[in-house]
Structure formats: C-alpha cells, structure tokens
Write a protein that binds this ligand. Structure first.
Ligand code: 5AD
Ligand code: SF4
Length: 459
C-alpha cells in the first residue's frame, strides 16, 4: 500500500499524523508524498475555524474525482471527523475510513475491513501507545494529555477531542527515551491545556506528578531543550514558572492565550479569568523569568465585541508586550455555545480589527527582536534555508533565525549564534565557535548570487 497523509491544524494533529503514519509503516505501507502515486489518501482534519473545514471540503471534492477514475481509498481523521459536519462531508464525498481523534489506533482494523469504517470512540489505549521516535530529526512533539475540560463558548475542541485525559508519566518518559536515543534535542510537550496535566487523574488514581514536576522530570532527562504548548491561564500556577526557572533545559518561552483584553468579552467567552488575573500570571512569570519570551492567541470580533472592548485588547497587548501572537478573526463554529446564542459581527468589522491588531503586533515584534541584536542565542539549526549557503533554525524563544553556513556548522545541530540583524519575523546571525568568535563562513562558489541572498537584502 502506498499511503499519503495531508495534515491540517495544530501540533497535536502533526503528532497524530506521526502516530498513524508509524502504524501504517508497521503494517508495511510506503509513505508517499503525492496523491498521484498513492492508493490510500488520509486527510488529518481541523475544525477550529471555517477555513480549514473548507479546505478539506475542496480536497475531498478533488479526491472523489480521482476515485471515479481509479481505485483509491479515502480516509479522514482528526477533529472534523468527530463532528456531524465532517461525517456529512464524508458520506457525500465517498470517504471509506473515518477516525475521530480518540480512535486513531483503529487504523489497522479500518484498513482490513471491506466496508466503510467509522471510528468515533475515545479509546484509553491511545494513551499507552508509544510511537517510535521521528527519524533523523532534532525536534519532536510529545503528547502528554488529550482533550480539554474547559468550555470556552467559541471553541469546538472539547467536542472533537473529548474530556481531558492525562497520559501516564511512565509512557511519556518511555517515549522521551526513544526520542533521546534517536538524537532528539528539543521536545515540545503537547496538550490542549498542559498546565492542567494530571488534574484529571490525581484524585482518582494518584501517582501522577503535577505539570511543574513533570517539567522537572522531563527537563532532567538529558534532553537539551524542552518547550510546551499550550496553557490555559486559569491553570497557570506560579510553580510552573518556578519549575521553568530552576530547570535549565526548559526554554524561557511561554505561550499563554489571552483571547481578549476585555472582561466583558472574557466573561462571554467563559474563559474563567479576568484581565487582572491574567496580568497577575504574567507578572509571576516575569518575576521568575525576567527574559521570558511571551506569545499569545487572540480572537478579534467575538460576537458583541464593541470598539471599546477591542481597545482593551490593544491596551492589554501593550501592557504585556508580547513577542509574538497568533491572531484570529472569530469564526462561528456550529455546535459551539457562541454559535447558538450570539450573532456574528459583520465580516468587515472583524477584518478591520484584525488588521489593526496585526499592525500592533508587528511593532511589538520589531521592538522585541531588535532588542536581541548583539545578544547570543542558542539556535537549533534544522537544515538549509531557502537561499543557498544559508541555514535556518529557531531560538529557545522560538524566533525563526537564519545564519550563513560556517565551517563546523554546515547542517543540523544546536549552536550559539550572535544576532546581527532582526526584522519583526526573522533574526539573522552568525554562528560562534567555542571561543565566542564567529566561525569562518563556508566559501561560496558564486559570490554574486551569495550577495543577492545576503540576510540584509532579505529584510
Ligand atoms: N474562531 C476563531 N479563533 C478560534 N480559536 C479557537 N476557536 C476559534 C474560533 N471559533 C483560536 C483561539 C485558540 C486558537 C487555537 O484558535 O485563539 O487559542
Ligand atoms: Fe488542533 Fe483544535 Fe484544529 Fe483539532 S480543532 S486540529 S485540536 S486546532
């Protein structure tokens, strides 16, 4: 079997793709990188906003046409598969296999079945399953929990991924060991709300560490860098910031989605915290980690958001000083409370506010990144950049970074890099040797082409 997987959505979905892909490989499948040569195409779908849903609809339309011409098995997994909206689509476009986020391990059964296979259960075995480490990569994801116990009124995830279930720490550490043995240097712990890790199990079974203690366990395993995403502010306790400060491997990067700066909107979103409580968390984090890099998620144009509410989002934004942000216009999702109870704002209002927020964020990113010029950052180089002779990677604070290849730094690895130049979205630097001086650059064959692609000209 030649299988091709297309992945939409978040890092959880990327992880799930890796998990299913490793299952397919264990059944003897070849993973191919184009639909044209595949006899099984699997779409790992996202349902968080209207756009990814529409992308899946149009791809399913294309696949149905291909299937009319030649044998093709079409599969659909991920968040959209769990929803009636996705199942309707699956029926319409002739999907053969449908697996919700809790049923991924049914992939074998599904492929053996001669009939249409629908898997929608949330199975506990998923949490014990340890997929093999990704081959030849310095970075890996590691799921520590699935699902979410919050009920933000705009969000479809509690419906698609079910209630929160934390994974047993032994399974997490076993997977981490495999990753370390495979050469992984940076691991990102994943969950819808990692800060609440263990809360669902602690009282009942005991023996689960708190998230702060899990961070310490992972941080002391020998892995070089640890990141985590994402955190609900309500569950962000000061001991997490303290664990970050006392465990050097934990990167000083915190993604703390705020969604809105207006208490009225936060209440309507059922976020369970106020602007003031959120700012108190940020103050705790900054106290323990003075050089923390802060990122957030913001939704603009939530139903009923007034110009004054939006002004409060902008002012909170300035008060915190985020290094980066994922910014979204509210997208009404069938099945969520806000879809049912509130009227959507006009699209122009949402777009206009989103543009203003993006402009504000760009100013902050420019300012924050400029402050890093002249500093030395630890950069994980993933490999070659688009322009010849350059390598790309990212810092402990997740800043995308480009460096010229240097003698002693021609490929993947973790290197100290002096930042020479920064734009709002990119840092440019020079790899330093053990003596703190720049390593000599790899001579380029065509100096003219190299000059054209020099970092400053890309700014
Ligand atoms: N519309 C727009 N953005 C949304 N998000 C979640 N649901 C919606 C929605 N209905 C955003 C939130 C969340 C991020 C993953 O996606 O900001 O943190
Ligand atoms: Fe990830 Fe949420 Fe999209 Fe599901 S709906 S793939 S959890 S972003």
């Amino acid at each position: 079997m030649r299988a091709h997987i297309v992945t939409y959505g978040c890092q959880m979905n990327e992880y799930d793709t890796h998990l299913v892909q490793s299952q397919l490989v264990s059944f003897g499948a070849d993973i191919v990188d184009s639909v044209d040569v595949a006899d099984f195409v699997l779409l790992n779908t996202c349902a968080i906003r209207g756009k990814p849903v529409e992308k899946v609809r149009s791809l399913l339309g294309d696949l149905r046409k291909i299937k009319a011409r030649r044998p093709l098995v079409i599969g659909m997994m991920g968040c959209l598969a769990q929803l009636e909206e996705g199942q309707q689509m699956a029926r319409k476009f002739g999907v053969d296999i449908l697996l919700g986020p809790g049923s991924l391990l049914d992939i074998g059964k599904a492929l053996e079945s001669n009939e249409r296979f629908w898997g929608l259960a949330f199975r506990d075995e998923l949490h014990d399953h340890v997929p093999p480490a990704p081959a030849g990569q310095l970075q890996a994801h590691l799921t520590i929990m699935r699902g979410c116990d919050h009920h933000c009124t705009y969000c479809i995830v509690p419906t698609t991924r079910g209630p929160q279930v934390s994974r047993h720490p032994d399974d997490i550490l076993r997977e981490l060991d495999l990753q370390l043995a495979a050469g992984v240097q940076e691991v990102t712990l994943l969950g819808q709300n990692v800060n609440a890790y263990g809360v669902d199990q602690g009282a009942r079974l005991g023996g689960y560490p708190t998230f702060a203690n899990l961070l310490r366990l992972v941080g002391r395993s020998g892995v070089r860098r640890v990141k985590f995403t994402t955190s609900h502010p309500m569950n962000f306790t000061e001991d997490v910031a303290a664990a970050m400060a006392d465990t050097p491997a934990i990167c000083e990067y915190v993604h703390l989605p705020v969604q809105s700066g207006s208490n009225r909107v936060l209440r309507r979103m059922a976020r369970e915290y106020t602007r003031e409580q959120y700012l108190a968390h940020v103050a705790d984090i900054k106290k323990h980690l003075p050089h923390v890099v802060l990122a957030t998620d913001i939704i603009v144009g939530f139903p009923g958001e007034t110009e004054d509410d939006f002004a409060q989002t902008l002012s909170l934004y300035d008060e915190v000083g985020y290094d980066s942000a994922y910014m979204f216009a509210y997208s009404a999702r069938p099945g969520t409370p806000s879809y049912k109870h509130f009227d959507d704002l006009p699209r122009e209002v949402k777009t206009e506010r989103l543009e203003r927020l993006i402009a504000r964020q760009k100013d902050w990113s420019a300012r924050k990144n400029a402050a890093k010029v002249g500093t030395t950052q630890e950069v994980l180089i993933r490999g070659e950049a688009h322009s010849d002779g350059f390598l790309e990677g990212h810092t402990r604070g997740n800043h995308p970074t480009i460096v010229p290849a240097a003698i002693g730094a021609t490929g993947p690895g973790v290197y100290p890099v002096r930042i020479d130049h920064a734009t709002p979205h990119m840092m440019y630097g020079t790899v330093l040797g053990p003596d703190g001086h720049p390593l000599p650059q790899v001579p380029r064959l065509d100096p003219q082409a190299a000059a054209l692609s020099a970092p400053l000209s890309m700014a």
